[in-house]
Write a protein that binds this ligand. Structure first.
Ligand code: GLN
Length: 492
């Protein structure tokens, strides 16, 4: 296989080539940078490149191979890191003007783990500002285009991470998911995206959006790669007080198991109304495939889903308004020029530094938390969150895994929803409940629609059940045979 083709493959294929000395990690990394140079002007996946870091890591990997030393499973495989995760000595912007010149003074815990796994980080991937959005049109720097069709959005907020992988500008990526930001872009770009159980992966060094919902997770070309990358980043971290104090399992264990007797519930409320015809057909055909593998399929009703968008946009904005209070022009980041006094400095710094969507969220969240409204909005939202979690508990007493579309439709045209925040928020209808409940959820590609845009299936499992989730995903991936290699872009 030539190297141009190799960079479009999974980590296991690249690892084979590395170990057989058909290619070096440095060559792989250089080939990826060539790709970035040719396509990223159009795609916009990266905010910045971390070339010296990537090359140095690759050289260390090659040295170990030369010496015949043992390598971590993902050593030498190029990764895109979402630009809201700190990498010491490099810029971390969260795609916001307020952090445009910020250089990370420390590594996030996941970044440390990537380093100890010898994974070369190619660059910092573009995102919606502070991870707020569903289309990656809210980046303060540039939009990201979907490699499957440059007129379409890649999904958000981890749009840069997903587009980089789909376009061959990285083998896999890390994203963050507060309400769907890993799964939605994975769905729109024909990739696997996994949001782990809340607390599975440390949030230390991830720029906080909504701390009770945020999780870091993998965006990959295959289910096995998602399991491998989760192995690399999961585990207890005393620097994150919400980190689960338990040793994670090997997530690749059992992914090949057959599905006889496995119970799969399709979510009635997400599988009936409002789906595009192509999405509905693809979901139906996945259900048939599961049946033929011996899984038992049942209908599950989660009636509270209809409240989930309202609940999420109160809780997420409330937490965001509090988390973003730290950007005040004093400690770090952007500061307005020539303020009249201290108050003026705060006001102008934030007015100039934040984009419209971020300001909208800060205002919404501040309102929901203010005295007099707290009980009416925030407290109610928290109570509903508990009921939504209970609905999931009941569902998982009946089935192992829940399935639904990841989104009722495929990627939409750039510009078609930016003026209408509510219709943008509705794209999250299927994904946000997993964050509210803290459960693991993933996207896998199951086909293309009539415009040749990828369709995604969402799988959800009970807390800590990632291995079952990955198993059920892997078997469908095998049956669907989705071609995850680079779509034929109108590029190059
Ligand atoms: N689209 C959702 C939002 O804008 C989810 C974002 C995310 O998961 N980071 O809040």
């Amino acid at each position: 296989m030539d190297i141009q083709e190799l960079i479009t493959k999974s980590s296991s294929e690249q690892r084979k080539a590395l170990l057989n000395k058909e290619v070096s990690s440095e060559e792989l990394v250089n080939e990826i940078y060539k790709k970035v140079e040719t396509v990223d002007k159009e795609i916009g996946a990266y905010n910045s490149l971390t070339k010296d870091f990537a090359i140095e890591t690759a050289r260390n990997v090659d040295e170990k191979i030369r010496k015949g030393e043992e390598l971590p499973p993902l050593a030498g495989i190029p990764l895109a890191l979402k630009d809201n995760i700190n990498l010491k000595g490099y810029s971390t912007t969260a795609s916001s003007k307020i952090l445009a010149n910020f250089v990370s003074p420390y590594d996030a815990t996941v970044t440390k783990k990537l380093k100890s796994n010898m994974i070369p980080i190619i660059g910092k991937a573009n995102l919606d500002e502070f991870a707020m959005g569903s289309s990656n049109e809210n980046s303060a720097f540039k939009i990201v285009r979907n490699p499957w069709n440059l007129k379409k959005v890649p999904g958000g907020s981890s749009g840069g991470s997903a587009a980089a992988v789909a376009a061959g500008e990285a083998t896999f990526a890390l994203g963050s998911d507060t309400g769907g930001s890993i799964r939605l872009p994975a769905s729109y770009c024909g990739l696997v995206g996994l949001k782990p159980t809340y607390g599975r992966v440390s949030r230390y060094g991830l720029i906080a959006f909504a701390s009770s919902l945020d999780q870091i997770g993998p965006i990959t070309r295959t289910v096995e790669d998602a399991a491998l990358l989760l192995n690399a980043i999961a585990g207890h971290d005393e620097k994150d007080s919400t980190s689960l104090n338990m040793t994670p399992p090997d997530f690749t264990q059992g992914i090949h198991n057959d599905l006889k007797g496995v119970k799969i519930g399709y979510i009635k409320e997400l599988c009936s109304e409002g789906l595009s015809d192509d999405v509905a057909k693809a979901i139906q055909s996945s259900i048939e495939k599961y049946k033929s593998m011996g899984a038992e399929i049942v209908e599950i009703s989660l009636p509270l889903i209809k409240y989930s968008i309202a609940v999420y946009y109160i809780i997420a904005t409330a937490e965001a308004s509090s988390n973003l209070a730290r950007f005040d022009g004093v400690k770090y980041g952007y500061r307005t020029k020539n303020p009249e006094n201290l108050y003026d400095m705060y006001v102008k710094t934030r007015a100039e530094g934040f984009g419209d969507e971020v300001k909208r969220r800060i205002m919404l969240g501040t309102y929901a938390l203010s005295s007099g409204y707290y009980d009416a909005y925030y407290k109610k939202a928290q109570q509903l969150r508990r009921l939504i979690k209970q609905d999931f508990d009941t569902a998982f007493s009946k089935v192992d895994v829940l399935i639904s579309p990841t989104c009722p439709h495929t990627a939409f045209d750039i510009g078609s929803k930016v003026e209408d925040p509510l219709s943008m928020y509705l794209t999250d209808i299927a994904t946000i409940t997993a964050n509210l409940a803290g459960i693991p959820a993933m996207n896998i590609p199951i086909g293309l629609d009539s415009d040749r845009m990828p369709i995604g299936l969402q799988l959800q499992a009970n807390s800590l059940n990632e291995t079952k989730l990955l198993n059920v995903a892997f078997k469908l991936e095998e049956a669907v045979q989705f071609n995850y290699s680079i779509p034929s872009m109108s590029l190059v």
